[in-house]
Design a protein around this ligand. Structure first.
Ligand SMILES: Nc1nc2c(c(=O)[nH]1)N[C@H]1C(S)=C(S)[C@@H](COP(=O)(O)O)O[C@H]1N2
Ligand SMILES: [Mo]
Length: 330
């Protein structure tokens, strides 16, 4: 299948990322999975069944601001970072996660690191929050739908966690899994809400990608604990890859010999690859990736169109892909 044909790509004024988002949903809709969810879940809220659960409150974290991993670009305001989200476990609409994840329980939590390791590890909420020295890093985040944000994360390098587990020589990949809890995640109870995804959401990296210093486990944003809609209590952030690689609310990290399955690749393998490196030259089959809408402080659909950079501007990862055809391994 042909990945990139300049004649087929759109120019910026022919397609906005709002259209692209609708298009991505249409794939799911054609499978019968989008649409009725909103009505169903809203009626549940209407009854007030969940109103007694305590709601999320951001707690301050201690961290050191990183000098190396930062940017002068304007940050996306907290209100946008926490209200315009993709977290299909809570619905396919951008405002669904903030609305429906308010009472999501993140403490107690269990994160397990297992598979091809000498020391499997189980971390509880306190270990996650206290065992590592946190840093603040300001990263660009580029969604495959062609919008982007600039986000100050708090967290620690994934390689620190991997080191603790001591990988065996046979480990080549790292598989990640989001919590599976249909009681708390309406999208996992009802495929109309969850976009028809086969849960739990899973992701994966090559071991060298996982060990790269840019690869972060984030526990906070804007200096405070992550809100549920952003993947509390702990999520992956891989800033040179499309946002869907940055899996939220992680409960399991498994070192494997084989390339693990990944959620969006399973759903539409011709559209979403395992690598998913941000690449302005490799178009999605239905839209260009040459530019993006940067969400800063204007209205959500204001047009601040900027050029998309190779690896989202993180050139230091290029050696990881030295001899690879990135149009083939998209
Ligand atoms: N478990 C899980 N992780 C997920 C998603 C999801 O639906 N479920 N969406 C992904 C997508 S498409 C993007 S763009 C980012 C969005 O992260 P943010 O809402 O914190 O900006 O989360 C990613 N991680
Ligand atoms: Mo995304």
């Amino acid at each position: 299948m042909k990945r990139f044909s300049p004649s087929q790509t759109f120019t910026d004024n022919q397609v906005t990322d709002e259209k692209v988002f609708q298009d991505r949903r249409r794939v799911l809709k054609s499978l019968g999975f989008v649409g009725a969810g909103t009505i169903l879940s809203q009626s549940a809220h209407g009854f007030g069944w969940f109103d007694s659960e305590p709601e999320f409150e951001a707690k301050p974290l201690s961290f050191t601001p990183s000098e190396k991993f930062t940017t002068d670009e304007a940050k996306t305001p907290y209100a946008k970072v926490t209200s315009y989200n993709n977290f299909y476990e809570f619905g396919t609409g951008k405002d669904d996660p903030a609305e429906r994840a308010k009472s999501f329980k993140t403490d107690p939590w269990t994160l397990r690191i297992d598979g091809l390791v000498k020391n499997p590890i189980t971390l509880d909420y306190d270990a996650i929050m206290k065992q590592f020295a946190f840093e603040e890093r300001i990263y660009r985040m580029r969604c495959v739908e062609a919008w982007s944000m600039v986000i100050p994360w708090v967290g620690f390098e994934l390689n620190k966690l991997i080191q603790l587990a001591s990988p065996l020589g046979s480990a080549k990949y790292v598989a990640f899994e989001t919590l599976h809890d249909p009681k708390q995640m309406p999208g996992q109870r009802n495929p109309f809400i969850g976009g028809g995804i086969d849960y739990p959401y899973v992701e994966g990296l090559r071991l060298d990608e996982a060990n790269h210093p840019l690869t972060l486990m984030a526990t906070g944003v804007y200096g405070k604990t992550l809100p549920p809609q952003n993947g509390a209590p702990i999520r992956l952030v891989v800033p040179w890859k499309y946002g869907f690689k940055s899996i939220k609310s992680v409960v399991r990290i498994t070192l494997t010999e084989r390339q693990p399955p990944t959620t969006w690749n399973r759903l539409a393998s011709n559209e979403y690859g395992f690598y998913a490196n941000v690449n302005p030259k490799v178009a999605h089959p239905r839209w260009s990736q040459a530019s993006e809408r940067r969400i800063t402080d204007g209205g959500v659909f204001n047009q601040q169109r900027i050029a998309t950079r190779m690896f989202n501007g993180y050139d230091e990862v290029a050696p990881l892909y030295a001899n690879m055809d990135l149009a083939r391994y998209y």
